[in-house]
Design a binder for this molecule. Structure first.
Ligand code: SF4
Length: 684
């Protein structure tokens, strides 16, 4: 706010609160305003965007480094804190090797920062670097990369306007990507596109839908196989596309012939006629687009869920044309970019596998050192090994003690580390377990680029100076690179632009991009350096695998990890319009907290009546992993047998209840299906 000593100025930059990437700038009095940008062409923003400055000048901001001393934090000069990091990490590397260190990259920070962080890990000698894409779309990326050769949106937000049918599976864009919903999806629907919404919980997206399939959590494969079976049975497939652009149709057709649509629909808890209606809307459309979110991906069988979804697009020829495709909406403002630039344990910048010797050699030409050949640990795998083979962590702008499943166990695991450094704006739940906390920079204080959900690289520009002794994240990370590795010269950048230029030489999908080229607009990957343009619609002639065809997949249902005992409900966690991720930012906004101050547990009226629960009563949800207490929101919006709460709050900590089961291919946790007992709170 203008009451502080700090200097604010208006400079178009990118909203930090979701992957849509709306352009915003400082508007005085601690507020953001939308400005006409590449995505929000009329300057529209949502309530979170409007509140984005609330965290920037918040009184809780860390303004000096903190070091742990006799069990509590004391402030320390930067030199002392950085020395402590160098010795803490250095000792672990010396004693246990570089693979004993885990790096948490940040989906909420810039491409340049994440590029430097993953380079730091790899120059140090480990591929143990991951970002919270692991917790949201890792399974989507795994399935799409395998079949199509690229894990990002196949199409653009703009070309959704050309769709005749939009199938939204396990996403709630009306609340999670509000400007994308209002500016791209809703206009298509108003123009006549049929909106099919698959979600166990009716929400704002459902209100605009023509067909709602409120499936039982964990039954996506049964439902999607039933849709595929109808497509084949009712001859709604695209024979020409199947012959030219796919393989494996005969095998899939044989498999689908055994799918009893009525029985599968029943297993998924939905009306068979509504399944047929959805299949017809999708199959009869000239152009049909799929939008997919965490309802699809956050399951132990998340990768197979996405495989089943990809079948629908391939069966009907809805790939490679505007208004079609399979489009994962990304959550954080740079979760796409953090992954693009190599913040993942199995791939180098530009998604080149670490196991590919040619890819490692190309990186070595730039860095002077070859990255390790073995894939590193994912986030969740790493926390399971804290105190064992993982002895130290560098946590950059993430809050795993709140966002990871079985979070109470994760919090304790942080205490098993020999050393932990957290770089953040606030003393988060994770920072409480650190040895050193370094005060970093907020979104509005940095320069760099982010990559939004439809692969647009856009510039971030500072709107504020730094509070106290906080430092820019880019400077902190390059300083750590100089202190922790034996190649300090590799981290001597003039600034973020130099790191971006290096990224364009290392990651082929970014080759040819530049700050100048991005300018006030964007450049989209994959970028054609010669033509100087990006590619809007992927897989038009060939798939990104380099093949003309993509395989159809036979997918069998796989039950969730948690069995439901008699009387238990399925807890499914998610997000709401007013909050962001672990809530470390959005819960510090008075205006967002005024809109939604506390979490509630949604429960169906029949389940509530059975338990003697009335709307507003305090209730306890529990299982063997933990207990949470919240007010009951008794509503038919959530299907019978299901309870819903968000993971935005540290109290109640929803992830105290979620389980450790991981998808075998993508290592994504099963946030969408946890068995819980729900009962009135003892003193209610
Ligand atoms: Fe920010 Fe997303 Fe809202 Fe746009 S839609 S203002 S990017 S939170």
């Amino acid at each position: 706010s203008e009451t502080s000593e700090r200097r604010f100025e208006s400079n178009p930059t990118v909203c930090p609160f979701c992957g849509v990437g709306c352009s915003v700038e400082y508007a005085g009095r601690g507020s953001a305003t939308g400005v006409e940008g590449p995505v929000n062409g009329r300057g529209e923003i949502c309530p979170k965007g409007a509140a984005a400055f609330d965290v920037v000048d918040h009184g809780d901001r860390l303004t000096e480094p903190l070091v742990e001393h006799n069990g509590s934090f004391v402030t320390a000069p930067w030199e002392e804190a950085l020395d402590r990091v160098a010795s803490g990490i250095g000792e672990v590397v010396e004693e246990h090797g570089a693979d004993a260190v885990q790096f948490f990259a940040s989906s909420n920070c810039t491409n340049e920062e994440n590029y430097v962080l993953q380079k730091l890990a790899r120059v140090l000698g480990t591929n143990n670097v991951d970002n919270c894409a692991r917790l949201c779309h890792a399974s989507t990326v795994a399935a799409m990369s395998e079949r199509f050769g690229a894990g990002a949106m196949t199409n653009t937000l703009d070309d959704l306007g050309e769709a005749d049918c939009i199938l939204v599976n396990g996403a709630n864009p009306a609340e999670q990507h509000p400007v994308a919903f209002r500016s791209y999806i809703l206009p298509a629907v108003r123009d006549g596109a049929t909106l099919v919404h698959v979600d166990p919980r009716a929400n704002d997206t459902t209100e605009a839908a023509d067909v709602h399939l409120p499936l039982r959590p964990g039954t996506d494969i049964q439902l999607l196989n039933a849709v595929a079976a109808v497509l084949v049975e009712e001859d709604l497939v695209d024979e020409g596309f199947l012959a030219e652009r796919t393989t494996g149709f005969d095998r899939l057709r044989e498999h689908l012939a055994d799918v009893d649509v009525a029985a599968s629909a029943e297993a998924a808890g939905v009306d068979p006629e509504a399944v047929r209606e959805a299949a017809r809307a999708y199959g009869e459309a000239d152009r049909a687009a799929v939008i997919t979110g965490m309802g699809t991906s956050q399951h132990r069988c998340g990768t197979d869920n996405v495989h089943a979804l990809l079948n629908l697009a391939l069966l009907t020829g809805n790939v490679g044309r505007p208004g079609t495709g399979v489009n994962p909406l990304r959550g954080q403002n740079n979760v796409q970019g953090a992954s693009d630039v190599g913040g993942l344990p199995g791939v180098l910048p530009g998604y080149e596998p670490v196991t590919d010797p040619d890819a490692r050699e190309r990186v070595a030409e730039e860095w002077g050192v070859e990255p390790p050949a073995e894939p590193g640990l994912t986030e969740v795998e790493a926390t399971h090994r804290f105190g064992d083979e993982v002895r130290a962590a560098v946590v950059f702008g993430e809050n795993p003690a709140v966002t990871e499943p079985n979070a109470t166990a994760v919090s304790s695991a942080f205490d098993d580390l020999d050393f932990c450094v957290v770089i953040d704006l606030f003393e988060t739940r994770t920072a409480e377990h650190a040895d050193v906390v370094l005060p970093g920079s907020a979104w509005a204080e940095k320069s760099g680029t982010v990559t939004n959900t439809d692969r647009r690289v856009m510039r971030m520009r500072p709107n504020a100076d730094l509070p106290g002794d906080a430092r820019r994240d880019f400077e902190i990370l390059t300083e750590l690179g100089r202190r922790l590795t034996d190649r300090p010269e590799e981290f001597a950048y003039d600034g973020p632009e130099a790191a971006f230029d290096e990224l364009t030489r290392v990651a082929s999908i970014y080759e040819g991009m530049s700050y100048e080229g991005v300018g006030d607009g964007y450049q989209r990957w994959p970028f054609d350096a010669e033509a100087g343009t990006g590619t809007d619609v992927l897989h038009a002639e060939t798939f990104a695998t380099g093949e003309r065809t993509a395989p159809l997949a036979v997918v069998d249902a796989d039950p969730p990890a948690d069995d439901l005992d008699a009387g238990e409900l399925t807890l499914t966690t998610g997000r709401v319009l007013q909050h962001f991720n672990s809530g470390a930012l959005s819960r510090r906004s008075d205006r967002l907290m005024a809109m939604r101050g506390e979490d509630v547990l949604q429960i169906h009226p029949a389940d509530a009546a059975e338990r003697g629960i009335e709307d507003g009563d305090r209730v306890v949800a529990s299982n063997e992993r933990g207990t949470v207490e919240a007010a009951a929101d008794v509503t038919p919006a959530v299907r019978e047998g299901v309870a819903f709460c968000t993971f935005h709050y540290a109290e109640p900590l929803a992830n105290a209840l979620t389980g450790d089961a991981l998808d075998p291919a993508a290592k994504i946790p099963e946030f969408k299906h946890s068995a819980v007992a729900v009962e009135p709170a003892a003193d209610a």
